[in-house]
Design a protein around this ligand. Structure first.
Ligand code: ZN
Ligand code: ZN
Length: 129
């Protein structure tokens, strides 16, 4: 496939980033390796990788589209000051899915939560004021 090298580079960037990069950030990083790559190619490959389950597209409300190299069930904490997104381990398990199913009659396939607040390093900065 023509785009294999590009797709591998994109996958590597998303997996090695712990910052849940946006498509634009992935583009900037991949461009260092493959200068000729276009933003459209990056978007297209991110979509394909997400469909293949290689990365996770984060589509929380209010979250500009970010990508996650970790495809295990986990949640996120978003710092309202610096905008960074941190991983939070899942502590609810699948019980909550069953609760929601019982409540709605829907088939629940998973859940994701986004916590918001101030991260440790931003908290330190404001604490010094
Ligand atoms: Zn922060
Ligand atoms: Zn994550």
């Amino acid at each position: 496939m023509r785009t294999t090298r590009q797709r591998e580079a994109i996958l590597r960037v998303v997996r090695s980033a712990d910052s849940h990069p946006t498509a634009d950030a992935v583009y900037d990083a991949v461009r260092k390796e493959i200068p000729g790559i276009s933003l459209g190619t990056v978007y297209r490959n991110l979509k394909l990788l997400a469909e293949a389950g290689e990365v996770m597209a984060m589509e929380n409300a209010g979250c500009s589209s970010r990508f996650d190299g970790c495809t295990e069930v986990h949640h996120h904490f978003r710092c309202e000051v610096c905008g960074r997104v941190f991983d939070v381990a899942d502590m609810l398990g699948s019980d909550i899915d069953r609760v929601v199913e019982a409540q709605t009659g829907f088939e629940v396939r998973g859940h994701c939560l986004e916590f918001r607040g101030v991260c440790a390093s931003c908290g330190e900065v404001s604490g010094r004021e």
